[in-house]
Design a protein around this ligand. Structure first.
Ligand code: NDP
Length: 320
């Protein structure tokens, strides 16, 4: 390691709503947090346009602006925000132990507490027309962006619980929702499938995949392919929602923290505690169900409070 080892009370990894909210609370509690932004400063919200469902913004706010404001709020109370990527960690097993964290493969930090808010990344199909039109009608979040397609015809890709839930949500707003499921059955629970089937304006297409998203600057249509017959059909749509799952950003914590089968960090009960003392997780990295900016912010607050109480507990043990 090239530099001297730095010792801090509270390290926050990630700069989405969870990380910044943890930073606001931790800095106000005098934990002098250092926050590393990761590769995508501001997190997933910087890839959305208008955020209309975060309380306190009656006129809505665009995602990048909101993230800058959250950063400024955290910095106002003394959070040190640094651009950098945590590349490896070595969490202590012991109560009061020191956690070692390496940033950008070079800098070593020793932290008394660590708050993980590294989020999750939506999966995309990866085809060129889809990538080109991200932000121009292709979205991975119906709850965030569905409202912009009120009364219009849209399509959604996926057959899991998320796709089923989002298709039903969209069907209540849009005039028609074409749902593309790549197999001859859905992965979603029977109850969710029932909800999809009960919506008259959802056109459910099994064995169907996206061939091409049509449009130059904005989505104008969709070419879809029946993967059994090979038939290609084009439909007019203004929005395409991709709901084929998320990948939690937990690669560097594997083998050290308890995770579920899909890699989400498991937290204890109604807390943000992980299986390592002094290590907490907040936001989408530990939540595959709600995944909203406001719920991420809520758990960020909880993580800072949990970290503060943990440090107080250690201090009390030392002084008695
Ligand atoms: P899932 O992994 O459960 O489902 C992903 C879906 O996308 C599957 O239908 C899959 O098809 C399809 N898919 C994957 N890749 C592609 C591709 N390249 N092209 C086309 N289709 C593709 O993800 P979800 O986000 O739906 O759910 C994640 C977890 O969260 C699940 O455990 C779910 O139960 C849970 N959840 C629960 C909710 C609730 O209870 N209210 C709400 C939302 C999520 P295939 O089946 O062929 O692999």
């Amino acid at each position: 390691m090239s530099e001297q080892i730095e010792r801090i009370k509270c390290l926050i990894i990630g700069s989405g709503p969870a990380g910044y909210t943890a930073a606001i609370y931790a800095s106000r509690a005098d934990l002098k947090p250092v926050l590393y932004t990761g590769l995508e400063p501001g997190g997933q919200l910087t890839t959305t346009t208008e955020v209309d469902n975060f309380p306190g913004y009656p006129e809505g706010v665009d995602g990048p602006t909101m993230m800058v404001q959250l950063q400024q709020q955290a910095e106002r109370f003394g959070t040190e925000v640094r651009i950098g990527m945590v590349t490896s960690v070595e969490f202590s097993e012991e109560e009061g132990g020191i956690h070692k964290v390496i940033v950008d493969n070079t800098k070593e930090i020793e932290a008394e507490t660590v708050i993980i808010s590294t989020g999750a990344t939506a999966k995309y199909l990866g085809i060129p027309s889809e990538q080109r039109l991200r932000g121009g009608g292709v979205s991975a979040c119906a709850v965030c962006d569905g409202f912009f397609y009120k009364g219009q015809e849209v399509a959604i890709v996926g057959g899991g619980d998320t796709a089923a839930e989002e298709a039903t949500y969209l069907a209540n707003i849009c005039s028609k929702v074409t749902m593309l499921v790549r197999r001859d059955e859905m992965r979603a629970s029977k109850a969710m499938q029932h909800r999809v089937n009960s919506m008259k304006n959802i056109d459910l297409r099994y064995n169907t995949e996206v061939e091409e998203v049509v449009g130059d600057m904005v989505v104008e249509g969709l070419k879809m392919k029946n993967n059994v017959t090979g038939e290609i059909e084009e439909i007019p749509i203004t929005g395409l929602f991709i709901a084929i799952g998320h990948k939690p950003n937990t690669e560097i914590f594997k083998g050290q923290l308890d995770m579920d089968g899909t890699g989400y960090i498991i937290t204890q009960g109604k807390t943000t505690k992980t299986n390592k003392p002094g290590v907490f997780a907040s936001g989408d990295v530990q939540d595959k169900e709600y995944r909203q900016a406001v719920t991420a912010a809520g758990t960020g607050c909880m993580a800072a409070l949990d970290a503060e109480r943990y440090l107080q507990g250690i201090e009390a043990k030392v002084t008695t």
